[in-house]
Design a protein around this ligand. Structure first.
Ligand SMILES: *Cc1c(COP(=O)(O)O)cnc(C)c1O
Length: 389
């Protein structure tokens, strides 16, 4: 098929839930992608923060294919070594006690929500199932996750919603204090609201949330599905906010391009879910775990320091581009506020210039692969400049 035939078939036969960009991706290496017509692009999207090591990283391919040659799946009725190893690294590097593996961010948050509700209703009383989330948040597309998501846009059409969610305005510690009561089992937040426009929460607000959780026996759930696994310049963004969450959810960047996510539990809540309470057929699949293992092994302190340096370099140069009024975010998760251009138009124009970028609300969002080189960054910035003029 040529690119037009693929687009026509896709439009006719795939449920129209995505407004796709006008490009059929075919091959990729590092931060470069080639489309079906042979045109080359610099990739500042990493598959929405998923391809941490870029396209088709050699070490990652080797790790994944080695596992494929051994065994692709056995289900969670049996033990496998890659799953145990990923759990070991994640718990050692976070100080968390245990992990549950799923396949996506929404599932990771579902496990967090179920854990929080069981914790509340068994430890605090049958009415303690209420969860506070933030306005402008994004937690995924399943029914519980869209209910947790504090944006009306995601709530259209799908009534009735789950009960027991309260929404607090971003950075409003007074309101959070007021909402958190005996019926609250958890406060859940992204530390940088990704889909909400790459907006960093105030450190003071996050610390206050942690204090409220400690004083009222409430679990602090941090949704690191987008910010986690090196994206913000540390393994998880919470490290830079000086807090210790009770539950951390992750997905996107961990598999390096394979579907895996999960939920980390602190000592306090690591045995809340028991045999039969929760599960998933694919979660922690050995092939996905082999990919995750390679991603985590590569992501040492040097690697993370480079992410921080590249992030500073990119931010500094973005601030010199026309139309750019502000750059938010941390590490290699950046949001660009524009003077008078529409973010969606800039994305389309950038694609014509050979650059893949994203939007987040009214901002342009950049999530380049964490292994991107300075040459690739420079080339991407030049192409972005052309799209902004
Ligand atoms: C992407 C995202 C999710 C949902 O992840 P899926 O894998 O699409 O289910 C949840 N939370 C945050 C913060 C995200 O960025």
């Amino acid at each position: 098929m040529n690119s037009n035939e693929i687009k026509a078939l896709d439009k006719g036969k795939i449920a129209g839930t995505y407004a796709r960009y006008d490009m059929v991706a075919e091959t990729g290496k590092g931060a470069r992608c080639t489309d079906k017509d042979g045109k080359e692009y610099i990739d500042f999207t990493a598959g929405i923060g998923v391809n941490s090591l870029g396209f088709c990283d050699d070490g990652w391919i080797q790790a994944v294919t080695a596992q494929l040659n051994k065994l692709q799946h056995v289900s969670n009725l049996f033990y496998t070594e890659p799953q145990a190893e990923v759990a070991k690294i994640l718990t050692e590097r976070t100080g968390m006690a245990k992990v549950f593996f799923g396949n996506s961010g929404a599932e990771a948050n579902e496990a967090a929500i179920k854990t929080a509700r069981k914790y509340g209703t068994t430890k605090k009383g049958s009415s303690a199932g209420k969860i506070i989330t933030l306005e402008n948040s994004f937690h995924g597309r399943t029914m519980a996750a869209i209910t947790a998501t504090g944006q009306e846009h995601y709530h259209k059409y799908f009534t009735p919603f789950l009960e027991g969610f309260d929404y607090c305005p971003v950075n409003d510690a007074g309101k959070l204090e007021q909402l958190a009561n005996n019926d609250t089992c958890a406060i859940m937040m992204e530390l940088i609201q990704g889909e909400g426009g790459v907006l960093n929460l105030d450190e003071g607000f996050v610390k206050t949330a942690e204090e409220i959780c400690r004083s009222k026996n409430i679990l602090l759930i941090v949704d690191e599905v987008q910010t986690g696994i090196g994206r913000s310049g540390t393994l998880f963004a919470y490290e830079q906010f000086g807090i210790e969450p009770d539950i951390i959810t992750f997905a996107k960047g961990i598999g390096g391009g394979l579907p895996i996510g999960g939920t980390l539990f602190s000592e306090k809540c690591c045995d809340i879910l028991e045999a039969g309470d929760h599960g998933t057929t694919y979660g922690g699949n050995p092939v996905a775990c082999a990919g995750a293992l390679e991603v985590l092994r590569r992501m040492d302190e040097n690697f993370l320091q480079e992410v921080r340096e590249k992030g500073r370099y990119l931010k500094e140069r973005l601030l010199r581009l026309p139309q750019v009024t502000e750059v938010s975010g941390m590490g290699l998760m950046l949001g660009i506020a524009l003077k008078e251009r529409e973010a969606a138009d800039v994305v389309a124009k950038a694609l014509k210039e050979g650059l893949m970028i994203l939007t987040a609300k009214d901002r342009v969002r950049l999530l380049p692969p964490l292994t991107i080189t300075y040459d690739e960054l420079d080339e991407g910035i030049q192409r972005l400049k052309k799209a902004l003029i």
